[in-house]
Write a protein that binds this ligand. Structure first.
Ligand SMILES: *Cc1c(COP(=O)(O)O)cnc(C)c1O
Length: 476
């Protein structure tokens, strides 16, 4: 099955006009077919460049969690290492070494009991890291079951219905039954008691999210771990926890040093993060770490040549760009602990400030305050009849801002929200401009006789906060 781009073929003219703007012969080239002949590099560059001009302005994108800004020096290092393939450890031993240094830094940051025994790797992002974390859980569970003489053919994984779509993919691709804890009342993420209630002898693990995609809140990892400790005492069931710290694992260590969520909890077997979110790297890098070798079954690990010997690797991809790993190491070196704390602190200040200003505008009610990861969700007050969050999203889009509006999953499908993600590069000035545009849009929205847009008119840029079971047709 070919996945069709929603705005792809079929609409309008077939060929691309390349007019004599470049003071060369006018020509046309096919849009969807490999051109028969060559173009000179300058013309080809200009055509691609011009096409991309119509993409959104990344800095005004408040929907994505992924970096849209990097220091020029990081960009330079990435350009310099664009030719490095991460898998060629033997050919690029220094890149491989920088990867390992990053793993060790993260192991210490996340309090691995013995950082030298922690194992980990870079990935393409948190999604690949989640597949690897989930696979390790599944394999360990299969072994435990077989050792105990029980059937190992019906694994399940327990998580909040708010998990990012990558966990739904993991369950689907690797044939593990997803058990989602629904939202209830004002609980918009996984609760400890509710998680334990869904666990049984077939549970490979519980996923706890540090920084929910839906509202930016931290799930209570320590409480979940304690409830699972209690389950083990009562029943003997030993269910490990994987922490999806796509955003939060690069925020909490710097801003919430007293929060216990990481390898300090013996039950936490593995943690993932997106280097390209609050790790401040441009798109294309994530990290997966296991607390020790026991947590990562040896039979999942492959070996590649490295300096005459071999080096263990665990990854879905073979070839992968090394530039992002280089940039991650640059960021660690450049910012250090204090620098990361300052960057994340600024993001949190901007987020909490903006959330409270939005609350003061009148028609909005914040669900979260931006005080966990610098992300917050807000709703339109129940007594507002003239417009919906979807109208607000559309109005903001006219001013260039991308702010997703979406409906919550079960059992809060009555609730629709807007979400703002504050990233490095979205400072107080841009936040003020955003607030001005929101304020300016209100009189027009309030003058509407009734809402114009509902949930069905939304575009899919909720970045993982789409409802579970989104049909494949919607995936572009
Ligand atoms: C973004 C996100 C993911 C997916 O991460 P990618 O790096 O985009 O693959 C998974 N979980 C959570 C909580 C996220 O926020």
């Amino acid at each position: 099955m070919a996945l069709k781009h929603p705005h792809g073929t079929g609409s309008g003219r077939r060929d691309l006009d390349v007019n004599p703007i470049f003071s060369r012969e006018p020509l046309t080239i096919p849009r969807d077919e490999l051109p028969a002949g060559e173009l000179d590099p300058g013309t080809a560059y200009q055509v691609v460049h011009d096409e991309l001009m119509l993409d959104g302005n990344a800095r005004l994108n408040l929907a994505t969690f992924v970096s849209t800004w990097a220091e020029p020096e990081a960009a330079l290092l990435m350009a310099e290492s664009a030719d490095k393939n991460m898998i060629d450890k033997d050919e690029y031993p220094r890149t491989a070494e920088l990867e390992m240094r990053c793993v060790h830094m993260l192991a210490r940051l996340w309090h691995a009991p013995d950082p030298r025994r922690a194992v980990g790797c870079s990935t393409t992002g948190s999604s690949e890291a989640a597949m690897l974390g989930g696979l390790a859980l599944k394999r360990r569970w299969q072994r435990r079951r077989r050792a105990a003489g029980g059937p190992a053919d019906r694994p399940n994984i327990v998580m909040g219905v708010n998990v990012q779509i990558c966990w739904e993919k993991f369950a689907n691709y690797f044939e593990v039954e997803p058990r989602y804890v629904p939202m209830e009342g004002d609980r918009f993420h996984l609760g400890a008691r509710e998680a334990v209630e869904l666990c049984d002898e077939n549970t490979i693990g519980v996923v706890a999210v540090l920084g929910s995609t839906f509202d930016g809140s931290y799930e209570p990892v320590a409480e979940i771990a304690a409830a699972l400790d209690d389950l083990e005492r009562r029943t003997g069931l030993d269910v490990p926890v994987h922490v999806d710290g796509a955003s939060g694992a690069m925020v909490a260590p710097f801003l919430d040093p007293d929060l216990v969520w990481d390898f300090q909890l013996p039950r936490v077997a593995s943690i993932n993060t997106s280097g390209h979110k609050y790790g401040l790297v441009m798109p294309g890098v994530g990290w997966a770490l296991w607390r020790d070798e026991e947590a990562l079954p040896e039979d999942l690990v492959f070996r590649v040549n490295y300096l005459g010997g071999d080096m263990p690797t665990f990854a879905l991809n073979f070839s992968r760009p090394g530039a992002q790993v280089v940039a991650q190491y640059y960021n660690f070196l450049r910012l250090g602990f204090d620098g990361f704390r300052r960057v994340q602190r600024t993001c949190r200040d901007v987020a909490t400030g903006l959330a409270s200003e939005i609350g003061r505008l009148g028609p909005f009610e914040p669900l979260t305050d931006g005080g966990d990861i610098p992300v917050f969700a807000f709703r339109v007050r129940e007594d507002v009849r003239a417009f919906t969050v979807f109208d607000v999203s559309a109005a903001l889009r006219e001013a260039g801002w991308l702010v997703p509006a979406y409906t919550f999953p079960e059992n809060r499908t009555d609730l629709a929200v807007l979400r703002v993600v504050v990233r490095n590069g979205f400072g107080h000035d841009l936040a003020d401009l955003f607030l001005d545009d929101l304020r300016r849009a209100l009189p027009r929205l309030e003058a509407q006789r009734e809402p114009r847009r509902g949930a069905d008119g939304t575009t899919g840029f909720a970045h993982g906060a789409e409802p579970k079971g989104t049909p494949a047709a919607k995936l572009s």
